[in-house]
Design a protein. Sequence first.
Length: 180
Amino acid sequence: MDDVTIAVRRARPQDAAGVAAVYISSWHDTYAGILPAQLLCAMTPEGQAARWRATIGAGGRERVLVAEQGAAGIVGMTSYGPARDNVGGCDGEIYTLYVDPNYFGCGIGRALLGSAFVELERRGYASCVIWAHAKNPVRYFYEAMGGRLVAQRRIRLMGDVVPEAAFGWSRLALAQRAAH
């Protein structure tokens, strides 16, 4: 897919179904064989749309951006806010970043990440962390965007132990340049 023109903007409650579709398709594509099948199968469009509608409409600490591509609509999403823990000394965090698998390699992840960095900095954050499944092949994208491995941990998802890796950017101004 050459010359994909995208627009990144803040999500609106009516975007919830599109956000949910990207989220579910990305999880199924990326985590098949990595995460428990029962977890992936438990994700429903209705349940995820409700989750994202509530998050987007709340106007709370977590904010959501979407990437749109013409008639295709929403092809990527990211959410961000204050860091949930003090990993790597980072004060901001990107909680999610997902791109429709049909649009991998088109610059959508880079555009979303850069936009999230701008929004975090606008909200007063100086640095950022993002957690990724340690076996997620896309995690190398964060390194390519200037993120440094700052921590590792194990969490439980539906009873299974899942390894995660944290990538940090100590200065958002530098991170924005890497993302553009």
